[in-house]
Structures are given as C-alpha cells and as structure tokens.
Design a protein around this ligand. Sequence first.
Ligand SMILES: [Fe+2]
Length: 286
Amino acid sequence: MSISEENITEVVTATLKSENPRLNEVIASLLKHLHDFVREVEPSDEEWMTGIQFLTEVGQTCDDVRQEFILLSDTLGVTALKDCINNRKPEGATEATVLGPFYRDNATEMELGACISRGDNDGEPCVVRGRVSTPDGDPIAGAVLDVWQASYTGLYEQQDEHQPEMNLRGRFRTDDSGYYQFRTVKPHYYPIPGDGPVGKLLSALGRHNYRPAHIHFIVSAEGYEPVVTQFFDATDPYIQSDAVFGVKDSLITDFKTVDDAQAAERLGVPVGGWLAELNFGLKPES
Ligand SMILES: [Fe+2]
C-alpha cells in the first residue's frame, strides 16, 4: 500500500494487535491525536528535531530525585486534568489537587495542637484548625490529616540543609467531634525547578515558574475515599497563575491575623500571628 498523508493514521493503527485491549485503545488514541497535531502544525525538519532534542533533554534531566517529565506534565496542565478526571467529587466533598514531588511517608503522628515547625527560624507562627466531615456535614472522628509544607524561604526540608529532618511535616487525628488543630508557620510561594528544559520552555513562553503559598494535606478515614489536596493563601501574588494549575476556588483560604491577646494565648501564637480555618469533606467509599 502506498502511504499518504491521508491514510497513514489508519495504516499504523491497523498494526496494533496487543492482547491487552487497553494498550491498543490508548495507543490508537495517541496516534490519532499525534498525527492530527502533526497535520495541523506541519513541522519543518528543524522543528521536528528541536522537539526530539527537547524530549531527549527532559529524559536526561531525570535522576533519582528529579523527575523532569512529571514537571513537564504539571506545567502543561496534564497532571491537573488527570487529577480532575480521577477525583470527581460530590457537593460537600473537598476537591483534590496535585500531590507534588515533596511528599514523604511516615510523618510523626502528633497531639492535636502540636507544632510541625521544628526549626529555630521558620517564619511567622500560624495556627491551622478545622473539621473533617461527611459531605452532609456529619463529623468524622479519627480521620487522619497528613500535612506538609515549605518553610518561609519557599523550600521543603529535603531541599534545604538548614531545616531539621522532617521539618514542617506531621500527622494529626481528629477528635470525637471531627476537629483538629495544629501549629505551623505561614507558607510562602516558591519556584518549581527552572534550570532544566522545562524551565527554559516556560521562559521561552513568557511564563514564570512559581507556585502560590499552600499547605499540602492527605486526609483519610476508614470508609471514606482519601483526598490529596492543598489549601492556598488568597493574598498570594501567584494565586491566579500557579505554574502547575493546582489552584481551585474552593481551596483558596484567608489567613487571618490574630490581634486579640486572649485569642492569641488560647491558640498558642503571638499577637499578630496567623490563623487558617480549613474544613474538609470526605466522600464515602463506593
Ligand atoms: Fe508544594
């Protein structure tokens, strides 16, 4: 058969004969969209080679601790789209967003009210408190909140030799009324890696590589679907332009200052410290 612009997609698709039907389905769809992309863009030989070299460099930038392909997926919105599709939630359930690359297992379980900041100078004191409930608002006792965040310098502990091991990480369990509370520091915006091929692409596109300040959570409880999510500071300069498209309106919160001396003492922060009230809804397991 003579290969042409018109028939090549059909010809290549006809070669798919895996015994795994899902593999055939995925690759057939990839071929359809990839060929249509090439038909639309009509890349020159040089442009095609630029694309090949870019992907090569993305692969070569990956190592044990760095995953440039995930960064590419994140910055093109593919990760956020995949997460939307895989986490369709009913009304009243907290929306999911990207896990990110800085999660670490086995954070210490701490008493309610304890502080996850283990450093001497981590930034501005902040209390985070709220409730975990069903979508209908019934409290969930014994729900576990696995929490992690960057310090005021915008670095996670594993990126920063000045922070103690497991700094700004902890796990908390809700009380009988579904409430939790812990102390931390106000998070700060930070850049995703900008020194590799993905960073160069963002610069070439006139995009920055910053994420707005946020606190990460995985909230789980027996009988409910766990949610991987983040809460964002409404006043952050990058709140409308997250480099990885993780922000959702329902996940934006006001960090309030605690100006009353008695309230500050009760919450365990100095006057002028911060308070974030974050409530979570969990979807029952289906
Ligand atoms: Fe993060």
